[in-house]
Design a protein around this ligand. Structure first.
Ligand code: ASP
Length: 234
């Protein structure tokens, strides 16, 4: 079913963008493109710096190997925009390529799919700042703290399905007194493009956590992770 939906996804995304391009003025379109570019940049930096750094410092494993092996799960996340739909692929990659034990992957990954959504929190934070700037609303330090707290909570509360983060965005917007209904209608047209990227971050984060937990539990198959020939004689 996911495969079938994905065949139609480009047409759907095209339709959404065409609607935004056709109904909004060019200035708004440029702002929305800047928002998308900003989110993509933040997500890429988050994956490389935060996840790469976390993996290196917490496990000592090769970051390059991890990024090479996680690609199938990332591609599935990017194309479906759903952590839940990607879960079977994430678990398969974790167990057959990263060397994560079945016990760890079957506990950490489904849990991460529901609560660990860094990409969604990043997206909500960026969107709120984008809206505040657009409306000329001056955010105070207390507002920034509120944004951090509410976007973290809203991301935990978001389901691993497409568009969940957009619905929870209204919570973050109203927490600092910004209008939510109009803004959500505006962002909805380009949300799918951002959803694809934030889901990729979410899925990558779940896999990093699974590796860290498994290493800590001493059940990680490092030979599999390093593609080294197994030392267990048959
Ligand atoms: N689509 C995201 C996910 O499945 C959730 C969101 O909308 O941010 O991880």
């Amino acid at each position: 079913m996911t495969g079938l939906i994905m065949k139609f996804a480009p047409i759907g995304v095209f339709g959404l963008i065409a609607w935004v391009a056709g109904t909004q003025d060019s200035e708004l379109l440029v702002s929305l493109l800047q928002l998308i570019a900003c989110l993509y940049l933040a997500c890429i930096l988050h994956i490389i710096i935060v996840y790469g750094g976390l993996l290196k410092f917490a496990t000592g494993l090769s970051v390059f190997k991890f990024f090479k092996k996680i690609v199938p799960a990332q591609l599935m996340a990017y194309s479906t925009a759903s952590s839940a739909a990607t879960l079977p692929v994430t678990m398969q990659v974790a167990e057959t390529k990263l060397g994560v034990s079945k016990v760890t992957s079957s506990f950490v990954l489904p849990l991460g799919t529901t609560v660990n959504m860094d990409g969604t929190a990043l997206y909500q934070g960026i969107c709120v700042i984008f809206v505040a700037n657009g409306l000329g609303y001056d955010l105070t330090t207390a507002d920034y703290v509120t944004i951090v707290l509410t976007s973290t909570l809203a991301s935990i509360g978001s389901a691993g399905v497409p568009g969940a983060g957009l619905i929870m965005l209204s919570l973050v917007l109203s927490s600092v007194g910004l209008p939510s209904a109009e803004v959500i209608g505006l962002i909805a047209g380009v949300d799918r493009i951002m959803d694809m990227m934030r889901t990729t971050v979410n899925v990558t984060g779940d896999s990093v956590v699974a590796l860290i937990v498994d290493k800590h539990e001493k059940t990680l198959n490092e030979e599999m992770f390093n593609d080294a020939p197994s030392t267990v004689s048959s």
